[in-house]
Design a protein around this ligand. Structure first.
Ligand code: NAD
Ligand code: IPM
Ligand code: MN
Length: 362
């Protein structure tokens, strides 16, 4: 099968991990006789430096014409004091909005080999397997902010939702829950926020269309606590943009590292932008030690969600499992025993399992 993939490495370790995912995908094309073409474009800080804007027109156009997009990460200290419209993060928000990628799927499922890499007790996290569905193109990130008042004494951010924006993400979440263990937890702050009251009302209305799915409502503060004290109670979580951002970094603790969490930013027709949950990690940029697995697992999500290549996606995920079972891990994982490897070595180990003819296909 022929596919056009746009690579947006962005900034910092984005370059290192996107290169890893590309090499793994090339190994997949060889094994399965596909033909993937890759074109690289600028986004974020590097785009500000090269083109004077975090989201160049060419980048957006290439993404609109592609079959799928892989994004590394944007941002870094170099641009931290830029005005808002010249922040790398604006490029990421801009592309999500322009492409209508309203549903961000963040699966959190620990690998058995890494149970002891989490600071949480083994018996707490064992068996946890959840999916955070984060609304991605509205909410607090996209409400028009006010100007600063005189002497910078005040400013307003706006948490704005339209009913249909809530309805479509809630529908996505119910459908995902149906394909999983049929339990949906909607996370909000309905004891305080008007937007959360509307959110809860929509979930209550929608649940009549999905009578086979059990619905629980949780307030975000309690949900944050339960995520790390009793994570196995969750199946699918659906929540507002910023709540989802925060809860997913927190949930990464279940897997041992932020460097393990993949994500898919999707819309109804199958186009997707696949991005790890982590950022550009300025503290380790250029050292060659970044964990590429979040990005590699994001590329597996791309194969499954955008290309309907279930078997190919499984081969990548199985290769990751085998590499971890062989005892290899990057330095971000606090594992006793095993062998610490760098980004390139980890990528090579994954590729070896992807290309190995007797690799298990699950
Ligand atoms: P971060 O996710 O970049 O890093 C947090 C910590 O996790 C750091 O110690 C980092 O070294 C570690 N880490 C993250 N990914 C790792 C990986 N793959 N391997 C090993 N260690 C990893 O978050 P931050 O430091 O708060 O933000 C840095 C920059 O990244 C900021 O400019 C922020 O805006 C940006 N950011 C971008 C994205 C994105 O592009 N999707 C996401 C989050 C943050
Ligand atoms: C993420 C990131 C982004 C977000 C930032 C960089 C804008 O933290 O993808 O989780 O908050 O959405
Ligand atoms: Mn985040």
């Amino acid at each position: 099968m022929k596919k056009q993939i746009i690579l947006l490495p962005g900034d910092g370790i984005g370059h290192e991990v996107v290169q890893s995912a590309k090499q793994v995908l090339e190994a997949v094309t060889e094994r399965f006789n596909h033909s993937f073409t890759f074109h690289t474009h600028d986004i974020g800080g590097c785009a500000i430096d090269q083109h004077g804007t975090p989201l160049p027109h060419d980048t957006l156009q290439a993404c609109q014409e592609a079959d799928a997009i892989l994004l590394g990460a944007v941002g870094g200290p170099k641009w931290d004091h830029n005005p808002s419209h010249l922040r790398p993060e604006k490029g990421l928000l801009g592309i999500r909005k322009a492409l209508g990628l309203f549903a961000n799927l963040r699966p959190i499922k620990g690998f058995p080999q890494l149970l002891h890499a989490s600071p949480l007790k083994r018996e707490v996290i064992e068996g946890s397997d959840l999916l955070i569905i984060r609304e991605l193109t509205s909410g607090l990130y996209f409400g028009t902010p006010s100007e600063r008042s005189q002497n910078d004494k005040s400013v307003v951010d706006t948490l704005y939702y339209e009913r249909d924006e809530i309805e479509r993400i809630v529908d996505t979440a119910f459908q995902s829950a149906r394909r999983r263990r049929k339990h949906l937890t909607s996370v909000d702050k309905a004891n305080v926020l008007e937007s959360s009251k509307l959110w809860r009302e929509v979930v209550e209305q929608k649940k009549t269309e999905y009578p086979d799915v059990i619905v629980t409502h949780e307030l975000v503060d309690a949900a944050a606590m339960k995520l790390i004290t009793n994570p196995t109670q969750f199946d699918v979580i659906v929540t507002e943009n910023m709540f989802g951002d925060i809860l997913s970094d927190e949930a990464s603790v279940l897997t041992g590292s932020l460097g393990m969490l993949p994500s898919a930013s999707t819309r109804a027709d199958g186009l997707g932008l696949y991005e790890p949950v982590h950022g550009s990690a300025p503290d380790i940029t250029g050292k060659g030690v970044a964990n590429p697995l979040a990005m590699i697992l994001s590329s597996a999500m791309m194969l499954r969600h955008s290309f309907d290549m279930e078997e190919e996606a499984n081969v990548i995920e199985e290769a990751v499992r085998q590499v971890l079972a062989d005892g290899y891990h990057t330095a971000d994982l606090n594992v006793t025993g095993g062998t610490i490897v760098n980004t390139k070595q980890m990528t090579q180990h994954v590729i070896e399992h992807v290309t190995s003819k007797d690799a298990t296909r699950s």
